[in-house]
Write a protein that binds this ligand. Structure first.
Ligand code: ATP
Ligand code: MG
Length: 549
């Protein structure tokens, strides 16, 4: 006998609660469905927006961008308090982190996989069998996706950018913006010869005029102004020193601290004068080092003493202080090809970077310094212009998707027809493949196919059309004319998406399918949730113990 019959069978002590078995599964399916339905209306070019109001700040966001919506879940702590919803948020955010796009599709597909799984569970299939079937289906789906893909060419890169931008921002300027994106990606990838890193393409926004006045700069933009008004507003062929040490006499601990580092006893006026002279000599020495090494522009992440600023201005040197973050400093140093100096004693001419031009521009909302480097530039910046805050924000999110989509297409080398074309084609093949399986996994593979079609169904519904009728038409058209036919939500018609240039990167699709499978798999295999409180004091003592070790 393992247990004493008199003992209660409750294995959890205290305030812990447990939700398990059928209860748990029902709640997984219900939450996953609700969550994916909530996100589904924002999928594709004709989707609806969500207006998120941050009540405490009186700020609002209008967006259809999956990542932005999910981020708010964290910041505002609404809704996602259910563990299943939290898990879906985490897994989908990982999707955007990896490829910069595809968040909404991942949530929607995961939701459909779980909806189909629920039907199978009700038929008596064990969740493990479903998960195994889904795994086989995913493997096959990835093979079929590759078979359907075409190589990326220079011509279709522009179409990839336009397709991605179109899902967030449709307007006359989309062609111009897409051209900018492709030029930017070609630039940072050395004309397609190297891997493109989307982080090398920066987006900044300034109020005013319209989106059509946006510009691509081969270089970097910092939100700063020059240290002194008498410094040159524009300079050409400038040697740039990028430093990470304060150009001040350090009196206090920390830049803004008020704990004196040393005490000086001054007995009379001469003593004060001598002390001032000494300080001045130290500062002068710093200035002379920078001037003699040949710097025409000095950028520091820390502060620059006003006396150094004045000497710089007098000799026509540009000074910029307090660059907000270390990341900005790194990007800037990369843009001009400079080494970041952390010890002024070691500075040499080779450490300096170069800018074809440095220019201070005036915009109504923010200070702007533009560093241009035409040759060997590995950093570019797109300056977006626009009026209303929520419009320019959504353009920015669309541009981010376009930058990622274009670099994914270039790096991965393959593209697929969009608008649900590949999901319908893969579903068709999966259904045929399912018939070759003789066990219960056959049902799960079919369910995976049905779930994949959840993507075109959503795209069709979001454009206000009848999803059942159009999906049937689409299946028939693909059988008659080929797998490149999809549903163009903008004209609400079925058409050859490859011919129409509505295309997206294969790597993005692969990642969406994998991400959705992982989410569904994790949830299907979860048998129980244990709710309990973590005591703050216990966390603190654990942390303390760790530190001491
Ligand atoms: N013209 C079009 N007609 C129909 N569907 C389209 C069209 N252009 C793109 N799509 C589809 O839109 C979907 C992408 O939409 P969207 O960008 O809103 O979602 P996501 O990329 O999954 O998430 P997010 O961009 O919010 O991270 C893809 O399935 C794509 O095939
Ligand atoms: Mg997208």
């Amino acid at each position: 006998m393992l247990t004493n019959p008199k003992m209660p069978l409750d294995i959890l002590q205290g305030e812990a609660e447990k939700s398990a078995g059928e209860d748990m599964q029902t709640s997984i399916f219900a939450v996953a469905k609700e969550f994916s339905d909530f996100m589904a209306s924002t999928l594709g070019p004709q989707s609806l927006h969500k207006m998120i109001v941050e009540q405490d700040r009186w700020a609002y966001i209008v967006t259809s961008d999956g990542e932005t919506i999910l981020q708010r879940f964290d910041l505002m702590q609404f809704k996602a308090k259910h563990p299943v919803a939290r898990l879906m948020v985490e897994l989908s955010k990982a999707q955007d982190y990896d490829l910069g796009d595809g968040t909404t599709s991942t949530v929607v597909l995961a939701g459909h996989l779980l909806k189909e799984a629920e039907k199978l569970v009700l038929m008596g299939l064990h969740p493990n069998t479903i998960a195994q079937g889904y795994k086989v289906a995913l493997k096959q789906a990835l093979v079929y996706a590759k078979e359907l893909a075409s190589p990326t060419t220079r011509d279709n890169l522009l179409r990839v950018a336009m397709t991605a931008l179109d899902t967030k921002y449709t307007s006359v300027s989309k062609e111009q913006l897409s051209k900018m994106v492709v030029e930017a990606i070609m630039r940072v990838s050395n004309d397609g010869k190297e891997r493109a890193d989307p982080k090398d393409v920066h987006l900044v926004r300034r109020k005013g005029t319209g989106v059509l006045h946006s510009t691509l700069y081969h270089g970097f933009i910092v939100e700063k102004k020059m240290l002194d008004d008498s410094m040159p507003e524009r300079m050409e062929n400038a040697k740039v020193a990028v430093i990470d040490v304060p150009l001040t006499v350090k009196r206090y601990a920390g830049i803004f601290g008020d704990n004196p580092l040393h005490e000086v006893e001054i007995k009379d006026v001469d003593g004060l004068k001598a002390h001032r002279e000494e300080e001045k000599a130290i500062l002068r020495d710093m200035f002379v080092k920078l001037r003699d090494v040949g710097a025409d522009c000095v950028i520091s992440r820390k502060l620059i003493d006003h006396r150094i600023g004045r000497w710089m201005a007098k000799e026509g040197i540009i000074g910029i202080q307090a660059i907000p973050t270390k990341d900005d400093l790194k990007r800037l140093s990369k843009a001009v090809g400079a080494r970041i100096i952390s010890d002024l004693e070691t500075i040499r001419e080779e450490d300096l970077g170069f800018a074809d031009s440095i220019e201070e521009k005036r915009y109504p909302d923010k200070e702007t310094l533009i560093f241009i480097r035409n040759k060997h530039a590995n950093t570019v910046t797109i300056l977006l212009r626009g009026g209303a805050h929520h419009v320019i924000s959504e353009v920015e999110r669309g541009m981010k998707d376009a930058i990622h989509a274009t670099s994914n297409a270039l790096n991965g080398g393959w593209i697929l027809p969009a608008g649900g074309a590949c999901e319908v084609a893969i579903a068709e093949r999966l259904r045929r493949y399912a018939l070759t399986l003789s066990d219960k996994r056959q049902l799960a593979v079919q369910a995976f196919a049905d779930a994949l079609e959840g993507i075109p169904r959503t795209l069709i519904t979001n454009s206000g059309m009848d999803q059942v009728k159009i999906l049937m038409d689409l299946r028939r058209t693909q059988r008659e004319k080929g797998p490149s036919y999809g549903f163009d939500a903008n004209i609400r018609e079925i058409r050859d998406m490859m011919e129409a240039g509505i295309i997206e990167p294969l790597s993005l699709k692969e990642s969406v399918y994998k991400g959705a499978f992982e989410t569904a798999d994790t949830l299907l295999r979860s048998e129980s949730v244990i709710y309990g409180r973590v005591f703050e004091s216990r966390i603190k003592s654990e942390l303390k113990k760790k530190r001491e070790r």
